[in-house]
Design a protein around this ligand. Structure first.
Ligand SMILES: CC(C)(COP(=O)(O)OP(=O)(O)OC[C@H]1O[C@@H](n2cnc3c(N)ncnc32)[C@H](O)[C@@H]1OP(=O)(O)O)[C@@H](O)C(=O)NCCC(=O)NCCS
Length: 162
C-alpha cells in the first residue's frame, strides 16, 4: 500500500469510496443525495487543500484523505482534515496509516495544530482512532447531527497540537 498526493486523474477511483460514505449519511454533514460534482468540489476543491490517496498493490484506490486550513487568514495555521476508507478495505490499518501520513504532512506544511469540527458521536471507531493519535475531545455539541438511524446525536470537536 502506498500513500501519495492525489491528482485530478484519481477522481474515478475516489468517487465510489466517497459516494458510499456520503450516501450512508452517518459520518459527514453532507446531503445524502449530493451530486458527484458537488462531492468532487467538496473533497478536491478546498482552498489551500491537499488530497491524498492510499493505493493498494494492484493500483486500486482504497482510501483517501484531504487536508486544508480549518479557517482562512488568521485561523489558517490550524489544519482540518477528512478521511474515508472503502468499506471493503476497512479494519486493515489504512485509516491509521492515512491519518499518520496526514499529520506529518500537515506539520511539514507549517500547520501548528489540527482540529476536527464535527466527528459524529456514534462514530466510535473513528473517535478512538483519533484519540490514539493524540487528539482530545474539546467538547461535544449536543444534538448537532441528525443521524439516519439514531436521530439527533452529538458532534465532537477534536484537537491536537502538531
Ligand atoms: C474511520 C475510518 C477512516 C477508519 O479507517 P480504517 O481503515 O477502517 O481504520 P483502521 O483499519 O486504521 O483501524 C483503526 C482502528 O479502529 C479499529 N476499527 C476500525 N473499524 C473497526 C470495526 N468495524 N470494529 C472494531 N474496530 C474497528 C481498528 O481495530 C483500529 O484500531 P487499532 O489500530 O488500535 O487496531 C473508516 O472507517 C471510514 O472511512 N469511515 C467512514 C468515514 C468516516 O467516518 N470518516 C471519519 C470521519 S471523522
Amino acid at each position: 500500500m502506498e500513500i501519495r498526493v492525489a491528482t485530478q486523474e484519481d477522481w474515478p477511483g475516489l468517487w465510489p469510496i466517497i459516494e458510499e460514505v456520503v450516501r450512508q449519511g452517518e459520518t459527514y454533514c453532507w446531503p445524502v443525495d449530493a451530486t458527484e460534482e458537488q462531492c468532487r468540489a467538496w473533497w478536491m476543491g478546498k482552498a489551500g487543500g491537499t488530497v491524498f490517496v492510499a493505493v493498494d498493490d494492484d493500483g486500486a484506490v482504497a482510501g483517501t484523505a484531504e487536508l486544508h486550513p480549518n479557517q482562512p487568514a488568521a485561523g489558517s495555521h490550524v489544519a482540518n482534515a477528512g478521511f474515508m476508507v472503502a468499506s471493503h478495505a476497512s479494519g486493515r490499518g489504512l485509516g491509521r496509516a492515512l491519518a499518520t501520513h496526514v499529520i506529518e504532512a500537515a506539520a511539514g506544511q507549517g500547520f501548528t495544530a489540527m482540529q476536527f469540527n464535527a466527528v459524529v458521536s456514534t462514530n466510535v471507531h473513528a473517535i478512538q482512532l483519533w484519540q490514539s493519535l493524540g487528539f482530545e475531545v474539546l467538547t461535544v455539541i449536543p444534538q448537532a447531527f441528525n443521524h439516519p438511524v439514531h436521530g439527533l446525536v452529538g458532534l465532537n470537536v477534536m484537537h491536537r497540537v502538531l
